[in-house]
Design a protein around this ligand. Structure first.
Ligand SMILES: Cc1cc2nc3c(=O)[nH]c(=O)nc-3n(C[C@H](O)[C@H](O)[C@H](O)COP(=O)(O)OP(=O)(O)OC[C@H]3O[C@@H](n4cnc5c(N)ncnc54)[C@H](O)[C@@H]3O)c2cc1C
Length: 349
């Protein structure tokens, strides 16, 4: 019998399993999908926190301050720990003056952690909680479950693009609630990106087709009703879009904004990617109109945990299964998965 069962071999689950093994435990990792890595493997790999604690609180005012502080305080040491395991650093800057962190190579990170996590049983979802041993739920949130997304987030659930692994469908949440765990704040919130509304969007398009320039554009829904973007991350824009007809919006970009930088590209580059993918892009006098569709990446509400990642007796949750950290805004899900996955393992062993 193992000392610990971990459900999910994504960011939080692999970190938890690697840490528990490092501490000498015998760990069994169950993974529903046909590969390890979860959504982390599809991600840009930027693991970050706000530079200033006060800014974190301002950006995510509804989040649990104890959990936020754990992530904020421990991230530097936990990233250093990942590096000692062999994580490959692509960049030591996030490219955002508000934040600090590392950009890691998701493929190499998955490989490194999976090697350290020992036994991972692929295509074996956790469907029931075993008795008599601690369990860490790290199943990655509920964005893959249309019914739950419809109930908690938007009536337009079937029109959203799932910008994530296909297996994270609320299994952890269901199991935890059955064991008496409580819900966190922010069940109706999610992180995602507005994507060019191309006829086909595959995982390789999740980053290149993201249209992250609402701040330089006029934003309206398909009925012509306008929205004023509020956040640097544009998380408010994608959450708004998700609740509009067909979960779609239009960005109206004045020619003067085309040269504006968006990370290592420009607004014009992103529009060109949209056009090449077959999304509706229309040239008008002095402006370009691009149709976008809301892509859901990670739910931000879920299981309520305490400062040791505990959801109930012998039951832990980490990563997107543990809600209530980014509530009201956006903070790195990879960062909270790292810090709370590691902490869960340390408490469980
Ligand atoms: C395109 C893209 C870019 C992103 N960029 C960033 C970024 O730069 N920075 C950032 O912080 N975040 C980013 N994210 C978000 C981040 O990748 C996820 O929020 C993060 O991976 C969540 O970690 P997790 O461990 O909770 O879930 P995951 O990494 O998704 O892992 C969950 C795992 O659980 C498995 N599972 C589901 N149900 C069960 C079950 N019943 N039993 C066993 N296993 C189960 C799933 O198959 C999956 O492997 C990005 C995501 C995407 C898709």
């Amino acid at each position: 019998m193992p000392d610990l069962v971990v459900a999910g071999a994504g960011m939080a689950g692999l970190v938890a399993a690697a840490r528990a093994r490092e501490l000498g435990a015998d760990v069994l990792v169950l993974e529903k999908g046909d590969r390890p890595g979860g959504s982390m493997l599809l991600s840009s790999g930027v693991v970050w926190r706000y530079r200033d604690w006060e800014r974190f609180r301002e950006e995510c005012p509804g989040g649990d301050p104890e959990l936020q502080h754990l992530v904020w305080e421990r991230l530097g040491d936990d990233l250093a720990w990942l590096e000692t395991l062999g994580a490959s650093v692509v960049e030591r800057e996030t490219g955002n003056p508000l934040t600090t962190g590392l950009r890691l190579d998701p493929g190499k990170l998955t490989e490194t952690l999976a090697r350290r996590a020992s036994e991972i049983r692929l295509r074996e979802p956790l469907t029931e909680l075993p008795e008599g041993m601690p369990v860490i739920l790290a199943t990655g949130g509920f964005q893959g479950n249309v019914d739950l997304v419809r109930r908690h987030i938007t009536a337009e659930a079937t029109n959203l693009v799932l910008r994530a692994n296909p297996w994270s469908a609320g299994d952890g949440l269901r199991l935890a609630l059955a064991r008496g765990a409580a819900l966190s704040a922010g069940l109706d919130e999610f992180y995602g990106r507005n994507l060019a509304a191309a006829p086909q969007i595959s995982p390789g398009d999740f980053v290149p087709l993201a249209q992250v320039y609402a701040k330089h554009a006029g934003v309206e829904n398909l009925r012509g009703e306008a929205y004023e973007p509020r956040t640097w991350s544009e998380i408010d824009v994608v959450q708004w879009t998700a609740r509009q007809p067909a979960a779609r919006a239009r960005y109206i970009v004045p020619d003067a904004a085309l040269r504006e930088p968006v990370r290592d590209r420009t607004v014009a580059d992103l529009i060109e990617a949209a056009r090449r993918a077959g999304a509706p892009v229309e040239q008008r006098n002095g402006e370009t109109v691009v149709e976008v569709v809301a892509g859901i990446t990670t739910t931000l509400g879920g299981i309520r945990i305490d400062g040791r990642a505990r959801a109930a007796e012998g039951l832990y949750a980490a990563g997107a299964d543990a809600g209530g950290i980014s509530t009201g805004g956006w903070s790195s899900a990879l960062a909270s998965a790292l810090v709370l996955g590691k902490l869960a393992a340390e408490d469980a062993i």
